[in-house]
Design a protein around this ligand. Structure first.
Ligand SMILES: NC(=O)c1ccc[n+]([C@@H]2O[C@H](COP(=O)([O-])OP(=O)(O)OC[C@H]3O[C@@H](n4cnc5c(N)ncnc54)[C@H](O)[C@@H]3O)[C@@H](O)[C@H]2O)c1
Ligand SMILES: O=C(O)CC[C@@H](O)C(=O)O
Length: 409
């Protein structure tokens, strides 16, 4: 029988954007050897050229996987986002191509929350400006506009993993926490859900943003929202650059309406550490500018490397797609000596009966079958005798609506 399962030695992994070496360790110890790890993101033409041969791709937030880029990746089986955000991937296009996308939803949560809390303290003490002046030989020794965070109101927009973690830490330091979320959330500790965003803006001394990049969060905080903030408040954005209108923020800092700001994410971010950072916020002393490092601690990156690489290995080795963000989730047992066929298809009426017809017409015994659907995508996993897998795979590829199929043994 000819071989239909790809040898591990032929499966190519491309890891971009300085993914932690823990990921490579996981892949190597699972038997994969073709792993290319690069420190930066690739320009689109180079990315497309490489993707022609790649089976598994690892990225962070810089690499944009548009529908067009994904179309240049005919062999791609799965994408690992070694971060929380998955907005850089066209998830629908990936699913339509039968490509599962995974991320690390919690591994850097604590790192972001710690940075934000530290920034809240520094901003309310006016440290960024005092530091900048001292670097220029000045001496701003003054208690003017310097405050403790104790007793101040922290307004959190987006009370998810990071927002709630921050909420708990901030209460530990004596802050009052108020939050706004589009869904009703269980408040932790003494936190309270604000009636709406304007109510939160009007009451917060520190406003911190923790929403995902979505059409509904684009430019969520613009000139009108900033004007509605308390005079002398500070704004922290470690969510996504598309959430804040940066020129409006710069203007509010120049006019003195806001006491300060800390910004980690920008509408335009350099592709690598060699590129220049441009922003209207550059040169404003009361702003802490950080290069999208909210989640960049060694602890978080090492954990993310393990977590996402393990998800890719599981999907590659056994077909388990648990926690995929765009794909039906199936948790699968081991194969017990059979061959395993993985079939991704359009979830339209009749596909499953056509798949099952292949097995009955070809008289192939099904040892086990698992099915899950998610929106327009169906994922069926079928364990069969070793002698039948090649025929089954051939026939399944002919079923209309088939997006991708592979066999594992
Ligand atoms: N700076 C960094 O390095 C860094 C690191 C990790 C995550 N992030 C960003 O932070 C975001 C949040 O992370 P998380 O793990 O807390 O996500 P999460 O999904 O756990 O929480 C997001 C919350 O935002 C809420 N939300 C959605 N739209 C909203 C809106 N319009 N108004 C108010 N609330 C809204 C959701 O209901 C949810 O509760 C990520 O999506 C990512 O973009 C940045
Ligand atoms: O590491 C990154 O590039 C992104 C970090 C952060 O924005 C995330 O979404 O987890």
């Amino acid at each position: 029988m000819s071989k239909t399962s790809l040898d591990k030695s032929k499966i190519k992994f491309l890891l971009l954007e300085g993914i932690h070496p823990s990921a490579v360790e996981v892949l190597r110890s699972a038997g994969y050897s073709q792993i290319e790890a690069l420190s930066g993101a690739l320009p689109e033409p180079e990315l497309k050229a490489k993707l022609a041969e790649v089976h598994f791709l690892g990225i962070r937030s810089r690499t944009q996987l548009t529908r067009e880029v994904l179309a240049a990746a005919p062999k791609l089986v799965a994408v690992g986002c070694f971060c929380i955000g998955t907005n850089q991937v066209d998830l629908e296009a990936a699913a339509e191509q039968g490509v599962a996308v995974f991320n690390a939803p919690y591994s850097n949560t604590r790192s972001v929350a710690e940075l934000v809390l530290a920034e809240a303290i520094l901003l309310l003490r006016g440290v960024p400006e005092k530091n900048a002046v001292a670097h220029r030989g000045g001496w701003l020794k003054s208690a003017d506009k310097s405050y403790e965070i104790r007793g101040k109101t922290l307004g959190i927009v987006g009370y998810g993993s990071i927002g709630t973690q921050l909420s708990v830490l901030a209460e530990g330091l004596g802050m009052q926490v108020l939050f706004h979320d589009v869904v009703a959330k269980l408040p932790l500790g003494n936190a309270r859900q604000a009636a709406n965003l304007p109510a939160l803006l009007a009451q917060s001394d520190v406003l911190s943003l923790h929403v995902p990049e979505l059409p509904s969060t684009e430019w969520l905080i613009g000139a009108a929202e900033i004007a509605a903030m308390k005079p002398g408040a500070v704004l922290i954005n470690a969510s996504r650059g598309s959430v804040v209108v940066i020129e409006a923020l710069a203007e509010a800092l120049r006019s003195g309406h806001l006491l300060g700001a800390a910004v980690d994410v920008f509408p335009e971010e350099p592709r690598s550490n060699q590129d220049t950072f441009e922003s209207p916020l550059r040169g404003l002393d009361r702003v802490i500018l950080t290069p999208h490092i909210g989640g960049s601690t060694l602890e978080a990156q090492a954990n993310i490397g393990l977590e996402v690489a393990e998800k890719l290995v599981k999907y590659s080795d056994n077909g388990t797609s648990t926690s995929a963000v765009n794909f039906p989730e199936v948790a699968l047992p081991g194969q017990r000596g059979q061959h395993r066929i993985l079939h991704v298809h359009r979830n339209v009426p009749g596909v499953l009966s056509q798949i099952n017809r292949v097995f009955s017409e070809q008289e192939i015994n099904i040892a086990a079958q698992y099915l899950q659907t998610r929106g327009d995508i169906g994922y069926v996993v079928i364990d069969v005798d070793a002698a039948s897998s090649e025929l089954a795979l051939e026939q399944l590829a002919l079923v209309p609506g088939t997006l991708r199929s592979r066999v594992l043994f």
